[in-house]
Design a protein around this ligand. Structure first.
Ligand code: UCC
Ligand code: FAD
Length: 582
């Protein structure tokens, strides 16, 4: 017995080796690209010191709260102990702390205070970018809150939404409100125009009572919501389709009996990810509301919210990629395989470098859209800026949503088996990334949105795209190290132009089949131009140049590659269907 007791792994011994964990450091200080981007465009000491301090807080304090949100998911209490219906959504204390923190740090307010003029959105989104992967998904209610404030601002801050606006944009935690965005019903979340059954019954005092069933409502502990419904006329009739939808504002409040007024929480969704946050099915049973759009202008009026939430979505996507690359890089300095650290295996470094290139591209693309939003909101946007903002919002959302899943998945693999282990916190990153391409418009629906906005602008949107991409390339023409990348983007722009010319002469179904590849082409080409532009900055590093070159080695214009293969010809649709149902 004594002898075996001394053998390794005998009895209770599990061996002496303990693998070091990857360490989260200040995400602002760790991110040279973010700091470089801000040094170039927003060189303000106040912004830097705030981001640095916040980054410190995220690493040392907030990240643990985020973990607490994940392991203490919300639950629904339908009845109190005496049998009274209460529909109480119980959230963790960490989730509540996130709300206070968000107000104090101005995570919504910054966008409306505009202390940094046209760069205020870039500053706000930089904060959200370093917060997002540690936020326990609190960035979701913040996105909708920001979107609601934007809608109110666009329609005018007056009764009945003036108080709400001041609460959505305050820095005082005790006054701060969050908003929901209740659009999706059972018949359809993409096709909102056909899917919305909720009716709004006019009341004598000018308000409405809403009756309907909202199938997905996230962060349902919100204080208010914006939602769509069909106004009934005197006979109770409504107008079908999008033309019948109006936008309504409603407060989520409780009566003296403790019950939600006009709402029953049917159940909480059991979700793959985003488990930190309650997503509920809601029965609206006479919810008091105010119409805040013109009658029948619901979709157009909520579009401002969609722009903001889609940009937040893209920030979260880029942030998830950045976080997994940071952690994977750190882990590679701590883990040994085949006699050397992972960082000394060239193939492992190639894998991480490819993730880094994707992350950089996503970051620059989303920051450019934030730049455009800031210009629009400060009243300095040109017509070209406005067209670009409209076009690139769905593009950045759909492209980064897909990139996030791919990069985060690769990132998990870089930790080996540990990447699959729940209490490392890593699997949650992948689960949460998966939703980014689904909510706020799926990839296909946003690709069709791109087509629609191109068609409705009579070519002006694409003209803006070509003009701006060309001007970014022109700024880099004297940098010889970038010339292969410049040549590649230039060639892709020509291919894209050829595609557009051919597509204009084809049958209507042609463009529909090309929509997704077109959106991907726009994303890749524009991102290539942004990477080149950033690398041509006088303070750029050799890594900035290298990542621009690497990005531009891929097929930048898949829509023309697929076009050459006849993939959008009328014969392909029945063939695709036959293949699926063979
Ligand atoms: O998923 C949701 C919340 C999740 C939680 C939030 C997370 C945020 C990120 C957090 C990160 C952690 S809320 C549900 C989101 N649902 C969607 O996104 C719906 C997806 N479906 C679409 O986007 C469709 O394309 C629809 C619903 C917009 C299509 O409706 P219509 O009525 O057929 O659309 P139309 O006819 O194209 O547009 C009607 C009007 C037009 O204006 P007018 O009448 O003046 O010509 C359009 O120009 O709305 C205007 N419009 C837009 N304007 C439509 N879409 C847009 C747009 N994107 N931007 C500007
Ligand atoms: P469908 O519209 O049925 O789409 C199914 C598939 O068909 C998709 O792949 C789609 O791309 C494709 N498709 C649809 N139309 C076309 C077309 N014309 N051409 C080609 N392909 C097409 N909604 C809210 O309103 N508020 C919320 O707070 C909210 N929170 C959510 C939280 C989570 C975790 C999730 C998963 C969803 C949430 N949603 C919310 C709903 C979300 O916005 C919808 O699920 C989404 O918009 C898709 O709608 P759908 O589920 O009806 O899918």
């Amino acid at each position: 017995w004594e002898e075996t007791g001394n053998l390794p792994f005998s009895r209770a011994k599990i061996g002496s080796f303990i693998q070091e964990r990857p360490v989260l450091k200040n995400p602002f200080l760790e991110d040279a690209l973010l700091r470089g981007y801000l040094r170039r465009h927003l060189p303000h000491e106040a912004a830097f010191s705030d981001l640095c301090a916040f980054g410190e807080r995220v690493a040392n304090e907030v990240d643990e709260w985020g973990r607490e949100c994940e392991i203490t998911p919300p639950r629904l209490v339908h009845f109190d102990p005496w049998g009274r219906r209460v529909d109480h959504i119980v959230t963790s204390s960490a989730w509540k702390r996130m709300k206070d923190l968000s107000a104090q740090e101005g995570l919504v307010a910054i966008g409306y205070e505009r202390s940094f003029g046209e760069w205020s959105r870039v500053y706000q989104m930089s904060k959200l970018y370093i917060f997002s992967p540690s936020s326990g998904l609190y960035t979701c209610p913040l996105a909708m809150t920001d979107g609601a404030a934007k809608v109110i601002q666009s329609i005018g801050v007056s009764w009945p939404v003036d108080e709400a606006y001041s609460r959505l944009t305050t820095r005082q935690p005790e006054r701060f409100w969050t908003s929901g965005q209740w659009m999706t019903e059972r018949q359809g979340g993409s096709d909102v125009g056909s899917g919305t059954e909720t009716v709004a019954a006019p009341q004598a005092d000018g308000s409405y009572k809403l009756h309907g069933f909202k199938w997905f409502t996230s962060a349902t502990d919100a204080d208010m919501t914006l939602t769509l419904a069909r106004e009934q006329d005197r006979s109770g009739a409504t107008t079908p389709g999008s033309r019948g939808l109006s936008l309504f504002y409603a407060e989520v409040s409780r009566g003296e009996d403790g019950r939600l007024k006009g709402i029953e929480v049917q159940r909480l969704k059991d979700k793959l990810g985003t488990r930190q946050m309650p997503t509920a099915e809601l029965l609206l049973d006479g919810l008091q509301a105010h119409r805040i759009s013109e009658e029948g202008r619901g979709v157009a009026s909520i579009a401002n919210m969609l722009t903001i939430t889609r940009i937040h979505n893209s920030i979260s996507a880029a942030a998830a990629m950045r976080r997994v690359v940071q952690l994977a890089g750190d882990y590679a300095t701590r883990r040994t395989a085949f006699g050397k650290l992972l960082k000394d295996h060239p193939l492992h470094m190639q894998t991480l470098a490819r993730m880094e290139v994707e992350t950089r591209g996503a970051f620059l693309l989303v920051m450019d859209v934030c730049r455009l939003l800031g210009r629009e909101e400060s009243g300095v946007a040109s017509e070209l800026d406005a067209h670009l903002l409209r076009l690139l919002t769905p593009v950045v959302k759909l492209y980064t949503g897909k990139q996030a899943v791919a990069v985060v998945s690769e990132g998990l693999e870089s930790f080996g088996g540990q990447g699959y282990i729940e209490d490392t916190g890593l699997p949650g990153l992948l689960r949460d990334a998966q939703v980014l391409s689904i909510w706020e418009g799926t990839t296909n629906v946003l690709s069709l949105d791109v087509l629609r906005c191109v068609a409705r602008s009579s070519g002006m949107v694409l003209h803006a795209f070509f003009t701006h991409a060309k001007s970014l390339l022109a700024g880099a023409s004297s940098v010889s190290s970038l010339s292969p990348a410049v040549t590649a983007v230039d060639a892709a722009l020509s291919e894209l132009k050829d595609f557009v010319q051919v597509a204009a002469t084809r049958e209507p179904g042609y463009l529909e089949l090309a929509a997704r590849d077109l959106a991907f082409s726009l994303a890749r080409i524009y991102t290539g131009a942004l990477l080149i532009d950033h690398a041509s900055w006088k303070e750029a590093s050799s890594s900035d140049t290298y990542s621009a070159l690497r990005w531009c080695e891929q097929d930048l214009c898949p829509v023309s590659t697929q076009q050459a293969r006849g993939c959008y010809d009328p014969s392909t649709a029945p063939l695709d269907a036959a293949l699926v149902y063979y």
